[in-house]
Ligand binder design. Structure first.
Ligand SMILES: *Cc1c(COP(=O)(O)O)cnc(C)c1O
Length: 450
Protein backbone atom coordinates (compact mmCIF):
# COMPACT_ATOMS: atom_id res chain seq x y z
CA UNK A 1 0.00 0.00 0.00
CA UNK A 2 1.36 3.43 -0.87
CA UNK A 3 1.08 6.47 1.37
CA UNK A 4 -1.93 7.83 -0.50
CA UNK A 5 -3.79 4.58 -0.07
CA UNK A 6 -3.05 4.46 3.63
CA UNK A 7 -4.36 7.97 4.13
CA UNK A 8 -7.34 7.36 1.88
CA UNK A 9 -8.42 4.41 3.96
CA UNK A 10 -7.85 6.34 7.14
CA UNK A 11 -10.27 9.10 6.13
CA UNK A 12 -12.53 8.09 3.27
CA UNK A 13 -15.68 6.01 3.04
CA UNK A 14 -16.05 5.11 -0.64
CA UNK A 15 -19.37 4.84 -2.51
CA UNK A 16 -20.92 1.55 -3.50
CA UNK A 17 -18.26 -0.44 -1.66
CA UNK A 18 -17.88 -2.91 1.14
CA UNK A 19 -14.93 -1.12 2.71
CA UNK A 20 -13.54 -4.43 3.97
CA UNK A 21 -12.82 -5.37 0.34
CA UNK A 22 -10.24 -2.58 0.33
CA UNK A 23 -8.05 -4.59 2.71
CA UNK A 24 -7.04 -6.86 -0.15
CA UNK A 25 -7.59 -4.32 -2.92
CA UNK A 26 -6.90 -0.78 -1.75
CA UNK A 27 -8.27 2.15 -3.75
CA UNK A 28 -6.38 2.90 -6.93
CA UNK A 29 -5.20 6.48 -6.69
CA UNK A 30 -5.38 8.12 -10.08
CA UNK A 31 -3.00 10.94 -10.76
CA UNK A 32 -3.87 11.84 -14.31
CA UNK A 33 -5.80 10.76 -17.35
CA UNK A 34 -5.59 11.19 -21.09
CA UNK A 35 -8.18 10.01 -23.58
CA UNK A 36 -9.30 6.52 -22.60
CA UNK A 37 -6.44 5.94 -20.20
CA UNK A 38 -6.03 6.55 -16.48
CA UNK A 39 -2.63 6.59 -14.76
CA UNK A 40 -2.18 5.84 -11.08
CA UNK A 41 0.41 7.20 -8.66
CA UNK A 42 2.45 3.99 -8.99
CA UNK A 43 2.75 4.38 -12.74
CA UNK A 44 0.19 1.77 -13.83
CA UNK A 45 -2.23 2.54 -16.62
CA UNK A 46 -5.84 1.46 -17.02
CA UNK A 47 -8.06 1.64 -20.05
CA UNK A 48 -11.29 3.19 -18.81
CA UNK A 49 -13.77 0.69 -20.29
CA UNK A 50 -16.68 2.18 -18.39
CA UNK A 51 -16.18 5.90 -19.03
CA UNK A 52 -15.64 6.49 -15.31
CA UNK A 53 -19.13 5.38 -14.32
CA UNK A 54 -20.76 6.07 -17.70
CA UNK A 55 -20.00 9.78 -17.70
CA UNK A 56 -16.83 10.48 -19.58
CA UNK A 57 -17.88 10.52 -23.21
CA UNK A 58 -14.96 12.40 -24.79
CA UNK A 59 -12.02 11.05 -22.83
CA UNK A 60 -10.05 12.36 -19.91
CA UNK A 61 -8.37 15.72 -20.13
CA UNK A 62 -10.05 16.53 -23.43
CA UNK A 63 -8.35 19.51 -25.04
CA UNK A 64 -11.52 21.17 -26.31
CA UNK A 65 -13.36 20.80 -23.04
CA UNK A 66 -10.37 21.93 -21.01
CA UNK A 67 -10.26 25.10 -23.10
CA UNK A 68 -13.96 25.74 -22.64
CA UNK A 69 -13.56 25.43 -18.88
CA UNK A 70 -10.65 27.83 -18.85
CA UNK A 71 -12.64 30.37 -20.81
CA UNK A 72 -15.65 30.08 -18.53
CA UNK A 73 -13.50 30.16 -15.42
CA UNK A 74 -12.30 33.61 -16.33
CA UNK A 75 -15.87 34.88 -16.76
CA UNK A 76 -18.10 33.44 -14.05
CA UNK A 77 -17.80 30.15 -12.19
CA UNK A 78 -21.16 30.01 -10.46
CA UNK A 79 -24.01 32.29 -9.54
CA UNK A 80 -27.30 31.76 -7.72
CA UNK A 81 -29.84 30.43 -10.23
CA UNK A 82 -33.05 31.69 -8.64
CA UNK A 83 -33.84 35.01 -10.27
CA UNK A 84 -30.35 35.02 -11.80
CA UNK A 85 -29.05 33.27 -14.84
CA UNK A 86 -25.88 32.86 -16.85
CA UNK A 87 -24.99 32.68 -20.52
CA UNK A 88 -23.89 29.01 -20.72
CA UNK A 89 -27.10 27.85 -19.01
CA UNK A 90 -29.20 29.77 -21.52
CA UNK A 91 -27.17 28.54 -24.49
CA UNK A 92 -27.37 24.97 -23.23
CA UNK A 93 -31.12 25.08 -22.65
CA UNK A 94 -31.74 26.33 -26.16
CA UNK A 95 -29.50 23.63 -27.61
CA UNK A 96 -31.14 20.89 -25.55
CA UNK A 97 -34.65 21.85 -26.57
CA UNK A 98 -33.50 21.76 -30.19
CA UNK A 99 -32.06 18.25 -30.08
CA UNK A 100 -34.31 16.46 -27.59
CA UNK A 101 -37.45 14.49 -28.48
CA UNK A 102 -40.13 16.89 -29.65
CA UNK A 103 -42.34 18.63 -27.12
CA UNK A 104 -39.70 18.91 -24.40
CA UNK A 105 -39.45 22.67 -24.22
CA UNK A 106 -38.51 23.56 -20.65
CA UNK A 107 -35.28 22.79 -18.82
CA UNK A 108 -34.96 22.51 -15.04
CA UNK A 109 -31.42 22.23 -13.66
CA UNK A 110 -29.95 20.15 -10.87
CA UNK A 111 -26.62 18.60 -10.04
CA UNK A 112 -26.89 14.80 -10.07
CA UNK A 113 -28.99 12.01 -11.49
CA UNK A 114 -30.85 11.01 -8.33
CA UNK A 115 -31.94 14.61 -7.79
CA UNK A 116 -33.19 14.75 -11.35
CA UNK A 117 -35.33 11.69 -10.66
CA UNK A 118 -36.68 13.26 -7.45
CA UNK A 119 -37.54 16.38 -9.42
CA UNK A 120 -39.32 14.40 -12.12
CA UNK A 121 -41.41 12.53 -9.54
CA UNK A 122 -42.31 15.68 -7.63
CA UNK A 123 -43.10 17.58 -10.81
CA UNK A 124 -45.45 14.88 -12.04
CA UNK A 125 -47.16 14.53 -8.67
CA UNK A 126 -47.65 18.27 -8.22
CA UNK A 127 -48.92 18.62 -11.78
CA UNK A 128 -51.72 16.15 -11.19
CA UNK A 129 -52.58 17.65 -7.82
CA UNK A 130 -52.86 21.08 -9.38
CA UNK A 131 -54.96 19.70 -12.22
CA UNK A 132 -57.43 18.37 -9.66
CA UNK A 133 -56.45 14.70 -10.05
CA UNK A 134 -55.79 14.26 -6.39
CA UNK A 135 -56.10 10.47 -6.42
CA UNK A 136 -52.90 10.26 -8.44
CA UNK A 137 -50.34 9.70 -5.71
CA UNK A 138 -48.27 6.70 -6.85
CA UNK A 139 -45.65 5.80 -9.41
CA UNK A 140 -45.09 2.70 -11.47
CA UNK A 141 -41.69 1.31 -12.40
CA UNK A 142 -40.12 -1.86 -13.73
CA UNK A 143 -38.54 -4.76 -11.93
CA UNK A 144 -34.74 -4.49 -11.93
CA UNK A 145 -35.02 -0.73 -12.46
CA UNK A 146 -32.33 1.65 -11.24
CA UNK A 147 -33.02 5.35 -10.83
CA UNK A 148 -30.55 6.48 -8.17
CA UNK A 149 -29.99 6.31 -4.46
CA UNK A 150 -32.01 9.00 -2.71
CA UNK A 151 -35.19 7.84 -1.00
CA UNK A 152 -37.58 8.76 -3.82
CA UNK A 153 -35.27 7.42 -6.50
CA UNK A 154 -34.69 4.21 -4.53
CA UNK A 155 -38.45 3.81 -4.22
CA UNK A 156 -38.88 3.53 -7.96
CA UNK A 157 -35.73 1.43 -8.30
CA UNK A 158 -35.87 -2.29 -7.73
CA UNK A 159 -32.37 -3.66 -7.28
CA UNK A 160 -32.23 -5.29 -3.87
CA UNK A 161 -28.53 -4.61 -3.47
CA UNK A 162 -29.30 -0.91 -3.23
CA UNK A 163 -32.76 -0.79 -1.74
CA UNK A 164 -33.69 -3.91 0.21
CA UNK A 165 -32.86 -2.74 3.70
CA UNK A 166 -34.61 0.59 3.16
CA UNK A 167 -37.92 -0.92 2.08
CA UNK A 168 -39.78 0.28 5.21
CA UNK A 169 -38.87 3.85 4.28
CA UNK A 170 -39.81 3.76 0.63
CA UNK A 171 -42.84 4.90 -1.38
CA UNK A 172 -45.35 2.27 -2.36
CA UNK A 173 -44.47 1.83 -6.03
CA UNK A 174 -46.51 -0.23 -8.49
CA UNK A 175 -43.96 -2.78 -9.69
CA UNK A 176 -44.28 -4.11 -13.21
CA UNK A 177 -42.36 -7.03 -14.66
CA UNK A 178 -39.69 -5.76 -17.04
CA UNK A 179 -38.68 -7.16 -20.42
CA UNK A 180 -36.01 -9.85 -20.17
CA UNK A 181 -34.78 -10.62 -23.65
CA UNK A 182 -31.99 -13.08 -22.83
CA UNK A 183 -34.42 -15.23 -20.86
CA UNK A 184 -37.51 -14.35 -22.88
CA UNK A 185 -40.58 -16.19 -21.65
CA UNK A 186 -42.21 -15.95 -25.03
CA UNK A 187 -39.31 -17.51 -26.91
CA UNK A 188 -38.94 -14.41 -29.08
CA UNK A 189 -35.97 -12.44 -30.37
CA UNK A 190 -35.54 -8.78 -29.50
CA UNK A 191 -34.89 -7.84 -33.11
CA UNK A 192 -38.31 -8.91 -34.35
CA UNK A 193 -40.60 -9.37 -31.35
CA UNK A 194 -43.72 -7.37 -30.74
CA UNK A 195 -42.84 -6.63 -27.10
CA UNK A 196 -45.25 -9.33 -25.96
CA UNK A 197 -43.98 -8.72 -22.43
CA UNK A 198 -45.78 -5.38 -22.46
CA UNK A 199 -48.85 -7.30 -21.30
CA UNK A 200 -47.74 -6.85 -17.66
CA UNK A 201 -47.61 -3.10 -18.10
CA UNK A 202 -50.95 -3.10 -19.87
CA UNK A 203 -52.52 -4.92 -16.94
CA UNK A 204 -50.90 -2.67 -14.35
CA UNK A 205 -52.11 0.45 -16.14
CA UNK A 206 -55.60 -0.90 -16.48
CA UNK A 207 -55.68 -1.69 -12.78
CA UNK A 208 -53.88 1.31 -11.29
CA UNK A 209 -54.12 4.22 -13.71
CA UNK A 210 -56.41 6.26 -11.50
CA UNK A 211 -53.77 6.23 -8.75
CA UNK A 212 -50.77 6.73 -11.00
CA UNK A 213 -48.96 10.03 -11.57
CA UNK A 214 -46.31 8.55 -13.78
CA UNK A 215 -44.37 5.57 -15.01
CA UNK A 216 -40.63 5.95 -14.88
CA UNK A 217 -38.49 3.89 -17.20
CA UNK A 218 -34.92 3.58 -18.44
CA UNK A 219 -35.49 3.67 -22.21
CA UNK A 220 -33.96 0.81 -24.24
CA UNK A 221 -31.47 -0.39 -21.61
CA UNK A 222 -31.74 -1.15 -17.92
CA UNK A 223 -28.08 -0.44 -17.38
CA UNK A 224 -27.59 -1.12 -13.68
CA UNK A 225 -29.56 -4.34 -14.02
CA UNK A 226 -26.72 -5.68 -16.18
CA UNK A 227 -27.22 -3.84 -19.48
CA UNK A 228 -30.59 -5.45 -20.17
CA UNK A 229 -31.55 -4.21 -23.62
CA UNK A 230 -35.14 -4.41 -24.82
CA UNK A 231 -37.20 -3.67 -27.89
CA UNK A 232 -38.20 -0.13 -28.92
CA UNK A 233 -41.64 -1.62 -29.51
CA UNK A 234 -42.04 -1.69 -25.74
CA UNK A 235 -41.53 2.08 -25.59
CA UNK A 236 -43.97 2.69 -28.43
CA UNK A 237 -46.64 0.70 -26.65
CA UNK A 238 -45.85 2.43 -23.40
CA UNK A 239 -46.13 5.90 -24.92
CA UNK A 240 -49.54 5.07 -26.35
CA UNK A 241 -50.82 3.54 -23.13
CA UNK A 242 -49.57 6.41 -20.95
CA UNK A 243 -51.39 8.92 -23.11
CA UNK A 244 -54.53 6.79 -23.10
CA UNK A 245 -54.56 6.44 -19.30
CA UNK A 246 -53.43 10.00 -18.50
CA UNK A 247 -50.24 8.86 -16.79
CA UNK A 248 -46.97 10.71 -17.36
CA UNK A 249 -44.10 8.91 -19.01
CA UNK A 250 -40.80 9.78 -17.34
CA UNK A 251 -37.75 8.74 -19.35
CA UNK A 252 -34.67 8.32 -17.19
CA UNK A 253 -32.02 8.90 -19.86
CA UNK A 254 -29.33 9.53 -17.27
CA UNK A 255 -27.19 6.61 -18.44
CA UNK A 256 -28.36 6.25 -22.03
CA UNK A 257 -28.62 9.87 -23.20
CA UNK A 258 -25.98 11.66 -25.24
CA UNK A 259 -25.34 9.07 -27.88
CA UNK A 260 -24.67 6.06 -25.69
CA UNK A 261 -27.17 3.80 -27.45
CA UNK A 262 -26.27 4.97 -30.95
CA UNK A 263 -28.84 7.76 -31.10
CA UNK A 264 -28.67 11.06 -29.27
CA UNK A 265 -31.38 9.88 -26.88
CA UNK A 266 -32.59 6.33 -26.36
CA UNK A 267 -36.21 7.45 -26.87
CA UNK A 268 -35.23 8.22 -30.47
CA UNK A 269 -35.06 4.47 -31.17
CA UNK A 270 -38.83 4.33 -30.72
CA UNK A 271 -39.50 7.80 -32.05
CA UNK A 272 -41.35 8.75 -28.90
CA UNK A 273 -41.36 11.77 -26.62
CA UNK A 274 -41.70 11.34 -22.88
CA UNK A 275 -43.53 13.93 -20.78
CA UNK A 276 -40.49 14.32 -18.58
CA UNK A 277 -36.90 13.40 -19.36
CA UNK A 278 -34.00 13.16 -16.89
CA UNK A 279 -30.46 13.73 -18.14
CA UNK A 280 -27.16 13.60 -16.32
CA UNK A 281 -23.89 11.62 -16.54
CA UNK A 282 -22.73 12.23 -20.15
CA UNK A 283 -24.29 15.69 -20.22
CA UNK A 284 -21.20 17.28 -18.68
CA UNK A 285 -18.77 14.83 -20.29
CA UNK A 286 -17.66 13.34 -16.99
CA UNK A 287 -16.16 16.62 -15.82
CA UNK A 288 -18.62 18.12 -13.37
CA UNK A 289 -21.82 17.10 -11.61
CA UNK A 290 -24.89 18.25 -13.48
CA UNK A 291 -28.35 17.06 -14.39
CA UNK A 292 -31.41 18.47 -16.07
CA UNK A 293 -35.07 17.59 -16.17
CA UNK A 294 -36.81 18.51 -19.39
CA UNK A 295 -40.54 18.75 -19.72
CA UNK A 296 -43.46 19.95 -21.84
CA UNK A 297 -45.24 23.28 -22.01
CA UNK A 298 -48.33 21.49 -20.70
CA UNK A 299 -46.64 20.51 -17.44
CA UNK A 300 -44.85 23.85 -17.13
CA UNK A 301 -48.11 25.74 -17.58
CA UNK A 302 -49.78 23.88 -14.72
CA UNK A 303 -47.36 25.64 -12.36
CA UNK A 304 -47.55 29.06 -14.02
CA UNK A 305 -49.84 31.43 -12.13
CA UNK A 306 -49.92 34.28 -9.64
CA UNK A 307 -47.64 33.71 -6.70
CA UNK A 308 -50.54 33.66 -4.26
CA UNK A 309 -52.01 30.54 -5.89
CA UNK A 310 -48.95 28.70 -4.48
CA UNK A 311 -48.62 26.64 -7.63
CA UNK A 312 -44.90 27.27 -8.15
CA UNK A 313 -42.40 24.44 -8.19
CA UNK A 314 -40.39 25.35 -5.10
CA UNK A 315 -37.57 22.92 -5.61
CA UNK A 316 -33.96 24.00 -5.54
CA UNK A 317 -30.42 22.75 -5.33
CA UNK A 318 -27.60 25.13 -4.53
CA UNK A 319 -25.59 24.27 -7.61
CA UNK A 320 -28.48 24.46 -10.09
CA UNK A 321 -27.43 25.86 -13.44
CA UNK A 322 -23.74 25.91 -12.53
CA UNK A 323 -22.04 27.97 -15.22
CA UNK A 324 -18.92 25.81 -15.45
CA UNK A 325 -20.90 22.62 -15.93
CA UNK A 326 -23.13 24.32 -18.50
CA UNK A 327 -20.13 25.60 -20.43
CA UNK A 328 -18.78 22.05 -20.54
CA UNK A 329 -22.13 20.73 -21.76
CA UNK A 330 -22.28 23.36 -24.51
CA UNK A 331 -18.81 22.48 -25.72
CA UNK A 332 -19.68 18.82 -25.58
CA UNK A 333 -22.69 19.37 -27.86
CA UNK A 334 -20.44 21.25 -30.28
CA UNK A 335 -18.12 18.25 -30.34
CA UNK A 336 -21.05 15.98 -31.18
CA UNK A 337 -21.84 18.17 -34.15
CA UNK A 338 -18.46 19.12 -35.46
CA UNK A 339 -16.83 15.73 -35.03
CA UNK A 340 -19.75 13.68 -36.31
CA UNK A 341 -19.71 11.56 -33.17
CA UNK A 342 -22.91 9.54 -33.60
CA UNK A 343 -21.92 8.38 -37.11
CA UNK A 344 -18.33 7.59 -36.14
CA UNK A 345 -19.51 5.62 -33.14
CA UNK A 346 -21.40 3.30 -35.49
CA UNK A 347 -18.11 2.20 -36.99
CA UNK A 348 -16.55 1.78 -33.55
CA UNK A 349 -19.40 -0.27 -32.14
CA UNK A 350 -19.25 -2.44 -35.26
CA UNK A 351 -15.58 -3.15 -34.58
CA UNK A 352 -16.35 -3.96 -30.94
CA UNK A 353 -19.21 -6.24 -31.97
CA UNK A 354 -17.13 -8.19 -34.48
CA UNK A 355 -14.24 -8.73 -32.10
CA UNK A 356 -16.43 -9.65 -29.16
CA UNK A 357 -18.70 -11.95 -31.16
CA UNK A 358 -15.73 -13.93 -32.40
CA UNK A 359 -14.28 -14.39 -28.92
CA UNK A 360 -17.58 -14.89 -27.12
CA UNK A 361 -18.53 -17.75 -29.42
CA UNK A 362 -15.43 -19.71 -28.42
CA UNK A 363 -15.84 -19.03 -24.70
CA UNK A 364 -17.69 -21.61 -22.61
CA UNK A 365 -19.02 -19.11 -20.09
CA UNK A 366 -20.30 -16.20 -22.17
CA UNK A 367 -24.01 -16.95 -22.27
CA UNK A 368 -25.13 -13.79 -23.96
CA UNK A 369 -23.47 -11.01 -25.93
CA UNK A 370 -25.70 -7.98 -26.32
CA UNK A 371 -25.00 -4.61 -27.84
CA UNK A 372 -26.68 -1.32 -28.52
CA UNK A 373 -24.56 1.55 -29.75
CA UNK A 374 -21.58 2.05 -27.48
CA UNK A 375 -22.77 -0.44 -24.87
CA UNK A 376 -21.57 -4.02 -25.28
CA UNK A 377 -22.27 -6.55 -22.54
CA UNK A 378 -21.27 -10.14 -21.87
CA UNK A 379 -23.32 -12.17 -19.45
CA UNK A 380 -21.30 -14.94 -17.88
CA UNK A 381 -23.22 -18.06 -16.94
CA UNK A 382 -22.41 -21.42 -15.41
CA UNK A 383 -24.21 -23.24 -18.19
CA UNK A 384 -24.73 -21.76 -21.62
CA UNK A 385 -27.57 -24.13 -22.47
CA UNK A 386 -29.66 -23.68 -19.36
CA UNK A 387 -28.48 -20.07 -18.83
CA UNK A 388 -27.94 -20.98 -15.21
CA UNK A 389 -26.18 -18.24 -13.27
CA UNK A 390 -23.17 -18.62 -11.03
CA UNK A 391 -23.75 -18.51 -7.31
CA UNK A 392 -23.56 -14.76 -6.59
CA UNK A 393 -21.47 -15.42 -3.50
CA UNK A 394 -18.61 -16.60 -5.71
CA UNK A 395 -18.36 -13.04 -7.00
CA UNK A 396 -17.21 -14.23 -10.41
CA UNK A 397 -17.49 -10.74 -11.93
CA UNK A 398 -15.58 -9.17 -9.09
CA UNK A 399 -12.78 -11.74 -9.33
CA UNK A 400 -12.45 -11.01 -13.04
CA UNK A 401 -12.48 -7.28 -12.27
CA UNK A 402 -9.41 -7.75 -10.08
CA UNK A 403 -7.59 -9.74 -12.74
CA UNK A 404 -8.50 -7.16 -15.38
CA UNK A 405 -7.05 -4.37 -13.24
CA UNK A 406 -3.78 -6.24 -13.10
CA UNK A 407 -4.02 -6.54 -16.89
CA UNK A 408 -4.52 -2.80 -17.36
CA UNK A 409 -8.30 -2.50 -17.69
CA UNK A 410 -10.84 -0.66 -15.63
CA UNK A 411 -13.79 -2.98 -16.15
CA UNK A 412 -16.51 -2.85 -13.55
CA UNK A 413 -18.79 -5.82 -13.96
CA UNK A 414 -22.33 -5.67 -12.65
CA UNK A 415 -22.62 -9.01 -10.91
CA UNK A 416 -21.49 -11.43 -13.60
CA UNK A 417 -22.23 -9.11 -16.51
CA UNK A 418 -19.05 -7.65 -17.98
CA UNK A 419 -19.51 -4.69 -20.23
CA UNK A 420 -17.72 -2.15 -22.38
CA UNK A 421 -19.01 1.40 -22.26
CA UNK A 422 -15.89 3.28 -23.33
CA UNK A 423 -15.41 6.98 -24.05
CA UNK A 424 -16.30 7.76 -27.66
CA UNK A 425 -12.70 8.79 -28.37
CA UNK A 426 -11.59 5.17 -28.20
CA UNK A 427 -9.72 4.12 -31.36
CA UNK A 428 -9.38 0.80 -33.13
CA UNK A 429 -6.11 -0.08 -31.46
CA UNK A 430 -7.55 0.61 -28.01
CA UNK A 431 -10.65 -1.40 -28.85
CA UNK A 432 -8.50 -4.42 -29.67
CA UNK A 433 -6.51 -3.93 -26.50
CA UNK A 434 -9.73 -3.66 -24.47
CA UNK A 435 -11.41 -6.74 -25.90
CA UNK A 436 -8.26 -8.89 -25.89
CA UNK A 437 -7.36 -8.02 -22.32
CA UNK A 438 -10.90 -8.61 -21.20
CA UNK A 439 -11.11 -12.11 -22.65
CA UNK A 440 -7.61 -12.81 -21.43
CA UNK A 441 -8.81 -11.91 -17.91
CA UNK A 442 -11.89 -14.12 -18.21
CA UNK A 443 -9.70 -17.04 -19.31
CA UNK A 444 -7.23 -16.40 -16.53
CA UNK A 445 -10.03 -16.61 -13.99
CA UNK A 446 -11.62 -19.79 -15.32
CA UNK A 447 -8.27 -21.56 -15.75
CA UNK A 448 -7.82 -21.53 -12.00
CA UNK A 449 -11.47 -21.72 -10.95
CA UNK A 450 -12.85 -24.53 -13.08
C1 LIG B 1 -26.56 6.79 -12.49
C2 LIG B 1 -28.01 6.75 -12.66
C3 LIG B 1 -28.87 7.47 -11.82
C4 LIG B 1 -28.38 8.24 -10.62
O1 LIG B 1 -27.51 9.27 -10.92
P1 LIG B 1 -26.51 9.81 -9.79
O2 LIG B 1 -25.86 11.00 -10.41
O3 LIG B 1 -25.57 8.70 -9.49
O4 LIG B 1 -27.35 10.17 -8.61
C5 LIG B 1 -30.23 7.42 -12.09
N1 LIG B 1 -30.71 6.72 -13.13
C6 LIG B 1 -29.92 6.03 -13.96
C7 LIG B 1 -30.53 5.29 -15.11
C8 LIG B 1 -28.55 6.00 -13.75
O5 LIG B 1 -27.76 5.27 -14.55
Amino acid sequence: MNEFQKKDLKYIWHPCSQMKDYEELPPIVIERGKGCYLYDVDGHSYLDCISSWWTNIFGHSNVRINKAIEKQLNEIEHVIFAHFSNKPAIELSEKLTNISPKGLKKVFFSDNGSSAVEIALKMSFQYHQQMGKIKKVRFAALTDAYHGETIGALSVGDLDLYSKIYKPLLLDTVRVEAPDCYRCKYGKERSNCNAECFEYMEKALEQYHEELCAIIIEPMVQCAAGMKIYSPMYLRKLRKACTFYDVHLIADEIAVGFGRTGKMFACNHADISPDIMCLSKGISAGYMPMSVVMTTEDIYNAFYDDFSTLKAFIHSHTYSGNAMACAIACESLKIFNEENIIENNKIKSGIIRDLVTEKAGKNSFVGDMRQIGMITALELVKNKKTKEKFNWKKRTGYEIYKIALKNGLLLRPIGDVLYFMPPYVINEKDIEYMVNKCFHSIDEYFQTNH
